[in-house]
Design a protein around this ligand. Structure first.
Ligand code: FAD
Length: 568
């Protein structure tokens, strides 16, 4: 036994941070990497891991003490001679399909990850945890990609503000009236940016803790085993392309600062009086929700005949009904044909023959993959005509040691798809047995008001492909919780296989639908039947009950509504 000092390791840009929790006490035995105590900065919390196996001796700090790199934390009685840095990480359990961490790769396998969005940073961190040497290349100074910086996270912060405003207005019908909100846009945007900064700063710290080398600059392939970043060549054994996507531009629109994309919409200088949103998909409608709540008169134009094309029409209907009443106009089956920049505004012509002037236009007509920007042909990687990089279920491109993940490979452009693909790619490279993308579904959510969420088989697809199904739809008007929230317009729809009553798909519209859909995803992954879901006790009164009620409808055991005729 050797008495060893445990000090604060290199923890990134943290200095003089408080100890917020002691996770061990004198006499506790710990394994390598076991968390010893937790530190917190304004950006993130982090656990200090044990450097070796041993028994905890005297603690040298208490909760509330402030520490920096090198500060003495505790004494550790180490069982054998202290492990070298290369030996510190535990070997993966032999048969575990998804090891938590692995011994550093003895062959020195070096993975370069291009792009630090949810795909890239997840791949980099997982690869590092599996013992690989990782370089993460990001063209911007902050990590996190579109999702953290100009996508999921800032939009949801602003949508929360929109929800609060809408709720105060809705309470007027129930006897509680609030004054019109005073909106300090600078403060609101600063708060949104604080949320973003907390997450992106946390990523930088996590990268440092994992010894992931972060290189800032644009990466381009120079051959099948190297990229160049700002004139420096970086060689790799394996590469993961996670370079994401960019907003689609409409070529006929004039170059005018009043015409913005989602990135501009998340940091406006002011709130326009009249806003035209081109595109009635998820991003356009989420931004419309925010701008309407902040006081803009919103018009949405969509060339297809339904908002959120891709979702079942019955799920979208309650959203359409609500926004139709609130927005200036919702134009379906309509295209913008031209926009003329005038001093008084942007004069817009529609193919219906109508013309109208707006103060600002948000273009939200989709995103295009960045596959064409990487000189991928120099590595021999196939990029299709749309800029997507085709991959197999192990996320391999046509070049075996180069993988691709996230928006750039196609499929739903969603962060949670990117992160799952990221883990697959990292695990395949690290040689984890059986690694492959095998999720049965990627859930989709529009965080509009009401939210629309769906997963698995949609009714539209089932009909289009002649797949036999049975559906059970529970209207939220029969949910006590939805009534108490003043939002009974929602519904929960479950789609079952008539052969064995297994869940095939689900769609939910209503407040909080984005959270509720997870239960259906789990049920699908677990192969649950209507009976399984109906027999699962859901707390009352909750919106989650609507999933159980829909399952009871299918099962014939519902009591909160009349059972369907086939069960009577
Ligand atoms: P990205 O996040 O696009 O990251 C790619 C990174 O690669 C970027 O940081 C880029 O700078 C970098 N890069 C590109 N080329 C190079 C290069 N040559 N060298 C170095 N670096 C490079 N998804 C959800 O799941 N939920 C949501 O609520 C949601 N909301 C959204 C809201 C908005 C407004 C937008 C625009 C998107 C939203 N998305 C949402 C989609 C989500 O942001 C993307 O699906 C996700 O970010 C894709 O992750 P990724 O890792 O593939 O790529």
């Amino acid at each position: 036994m050797t008495l060893t000092e445990v000090r604060v390791p290199d923890i990134g840009d943290f200095a003089d941070v408080p100890v917020i929790e002691l996770l061990v006490g004198p006499g506790d035995t710990v394994a390598p990497e076991d968390p010893l105590l937790t530190l917190e900065s304004d950006k993130a919390t982090m656990d200090v891991p044990s450097p070796a196996q041993g028994t905890v001796g005297e603690l040298k700090v208490a909760v509330g003490d402030r520490v920096s790199q090198g500060s003495l934390l505790l004494m550790l009685d180490v069982a054998d001679a202290p492990a070298t840095a290369a030996e510190e990480a535990p070997a993966p359990p032999a048969a575990a399909p998804r090891p938590a961490a692995a011994a550093p790769d003895q062959g020195g396998s070096h993975v370069v990850v291009i792009g630090s969005g949810p795909g890239g940073y997840t791949a980099a961190f997982r690869a590092a945890d599996l013992g690989l040497r990782v370089t993460l290349v990001e063209r911007y100074d902050t990590l996190g990609g579109v999702c953290l910086n100009v996508g999921c996270i800032p939009s949801k912060a602003l949508l929360h503000a929109a929800r609060v405003i809408a709720e105060t207005e809705e309470m007027a019908a129930h006897g509680i009236t609030f004054a019109k909100p005073q909106i300090d846009l600078d403060r609101l945007l600063a708060w949104k940016q604080e949320v973003v900064g907390r997450l992106t700063g946390g990523l930088a710290a996590l990268a440092k803790q994992r010894r992931v080398e972060v290189v800032t600059g644009v990466a381009k392939f120079t051959g099948p085993r190297a990229v160049s970043v700002a004139g420096t060549e970086i060689a790799f054994d394996s590469c993961i392309i996670a370079a994401g996507s960019s907003p689609v531009r409409l070529p006929f629109l004039p170059d005018d600062p009043r015409i913005i994309d989602s990135t501009g919409a998340l940091s406006p200088a002011d709130i326009p009086g009249r806003l035209l949103v081109i595109g009635g998909g998820i991003i356009g409608l989420e931004m419309a929700t925010v701008y309407h709540a902040l006081g803009a008169q919103v018009t949405v134009v969509e060339m297809l005949d339904q908002l959120i094309p891709g979702a079942d029409a019955d799920l979208v209907r309650p959203l359409h009904e609500r926004v139709k009443r609130r927005y200036q106009a919702v134009m379906l089956g309509t295209r913008v044909t031209s926009v003329e920049a005038q001093r008084a505004g942007l004069r817009v012509s529609f193919d219906s023959g109508a013309e109208e002037t707006f103060d600002r236009i948000l273009v939200a007509v989709g995103r295009t993959p960045n596959g064409g920007t990487l000189d991928a042909h120099l590595a021999g990687v196939t990029v299709d005509q749309h800029g997507y990089i085709p991959v197999d279920r192990q996320q391999r491109t046509n070049v075996g040691h180069i993988h691709a993940i996230g928006d750039i490979v196609g499929g739903p452009m969603l962060a949670h798809k990117a992160t799952h693909e990221a883990k697959t790619a990292a695990e395949v490279i690290a040689g984890v047995p059986g690694a492959g993308f095998d999720a049965l579904t990627v859930p989709s959510v529009a965080y509009t008001d009401p939210e629309v969420a769906w997963m698995g088989l949609t009714e539209t697809d089932a009909k289009a492909h002649g797949i036999s199904f049975e559906k059970a739809t529970f209207p939220w008007a029969a949910s006590g919780r939805a009534l108490g929230l003043g939002r009974p317009e929602g519904m929960t729809k479950l789609i079952f296989d008539p052969a064995d009553n297994r869940l095939l798909g689900a769609g939910i519209v209503g407040v909080g639908a984005g959270d509720l859909i997870s239960e259906a995803v789990l049920a699908l992954e677990a192969g649950l039947t209507a009976q399984d879901m109906a027999l699962t006790i859901h707390p009352h009164p909750t919106l989650s009950e609507t999933l159980a009620f829909a399952a009871e409808l299918q099962d014939g055991s519902i009591t909160d509504l009349l059972p369907p005729r086939k069960h009577r």
